[in-house]
Design a protein around this ligand. Structure first.
Ligand SMILES: *Cc1c(COP(=O)(O)O)cnc(C)c1O
Length: 309
């Protein structure tokens, strides 16, 4: 099946008592609805990041083996396995944790992905070219493919092209709004999506990046991904990690039918949010609205990056 880009995702106005009181116009860029395959893990920023590599893989004569890395609950891992099945591309996944098993990994196996579980210390070897070369040889043998057709995709799907492709959502927002927004807020894991948006953003738009992880290194990480001349009108808001990656306040949790934890943080009009990225982002933005960080009359766009977990 060829890769066909999904239609532009909607920009949804959010009318909350809080936004009325503060006089701002709040919008959600519903990139959770950006998907070529509704109802699957191939959605949100993971589609935007994978688009360039999927297109390239579908253009070559011998389909490459797409190899990537992630934690046992990685949205990227699920998205890539789903894409492999949908587009007929072989996929192999290196998963952090020797013992891990869960419905997400079961689904990836069902989708036909090969899986190697690595101990936490072995998982760190993926930064070493020598280790990657060794694995490439091993995978070529295992899948009976020439070594040149083994393609590595970094953790989180964050490549230079993938990140830049996430920036495509910025002109979509401007198109719907008529003007560039005053503020655009986005969550960050690797920072790839944020870097793509900063590159694409109008200099008048202040891009606020909300890391889902604890620490002060995200800004440097994003700078590494930015080309020379990118907008400098951006910054990291590091106060809303809620304890670190995967941690969140228990009072957010609502009963959910699926296997994933869902949060209600009082954003009427949106489906329940996942707790790793988007719930933290929205909680942060709402808190900053309460603190009066956004001047009256300003437009604030929050990017819903999607997320299965
Ligand atoms: C992966 C993911 C992110 C993080 O994206 P990065 O490009 O790695 O910063 C944010 N939100 C959701 C829902 C995700 O699945």
């Amino acid at each position: 099946m060829p890769f066909v880009s999904p239609p532009q995702s909607p920009l949804q106005p959010l009318r909350l008592p809080l936004t009325k009181a503060s006089g701002i116009a709040l919008f959600c860029k519903r990139d959770d609805l950006y998907t070529p395959a509704p109802g699957t893990a191939l959605q949100g920023n993971k589609v935007r990041k994978l688009e360039p590599v999927l297109r390239a893989a579908l253009e070559v004569d011998t389909p490459p083996l797409l190899v990537s890395f992630g934690g046992a609950y990685s949205n990227h891992i699920s998205a890539l396995a789903t894409a492999g099945k949908r587009y007929g591309l072989p996929v192999h996944l290196f998963i952090r944790g020797e013992e891990v098993d869960n419905p997400l990994l079961q689904q990836a196996l069902k989708d036909g992905a090969g899986i190697t579980r690595l101990s936490r210390s072995d998982y760190r070897l993926k930064k070493q070219p020598h280790w990657l070369d060794q694995q490439r040889k091993e995978l070529a043998r295992q899948y009976d493919l020439p070594e040149g057709t083994i393609w590595y995709i970094p953790e989180g799907g964050t490549t230079v092209n993938g990140a830049r492709n996430v920036g495509e959502l910025f002109p979509e927002v401007v198109n719907d709004l008529g003007v560039p927004p005053d503020f655009l807020c986005i969550s960050a894991g690797t920072g790839g999506s944020a870097a793509g948006i900063i590159q694409a953003a109008d200099v008048k738009t202040r891009v606020e990046v909300y890391p889902a992880l604890k620490g002060d290194w995200m800004e440097a990480e994003i700078k590494q991904l930015l080309p020379a001349g990118a907008s400098t009108n951006w910054g990291c808001i590091t106060d809303y990690h809620f304890g670190g990656y995967g941690k969140f306040p228990q009072e957010w949790v609502i009963p959910s039918a699926g296997m994933a934890t869902r949060a209600d943080i009082g954003v009427e009009g949106l489906p329940p949010l996942e707790t790793v990225y988007t719930a933290k982002l929205f909680a942060g933005v709402l808190d900053r609205i309460r603190q009066g960080k956004y001047p009256a009359e300003s437009s604030v766009v929050v990017v819903h990056t999607g997320g299965i977990y």
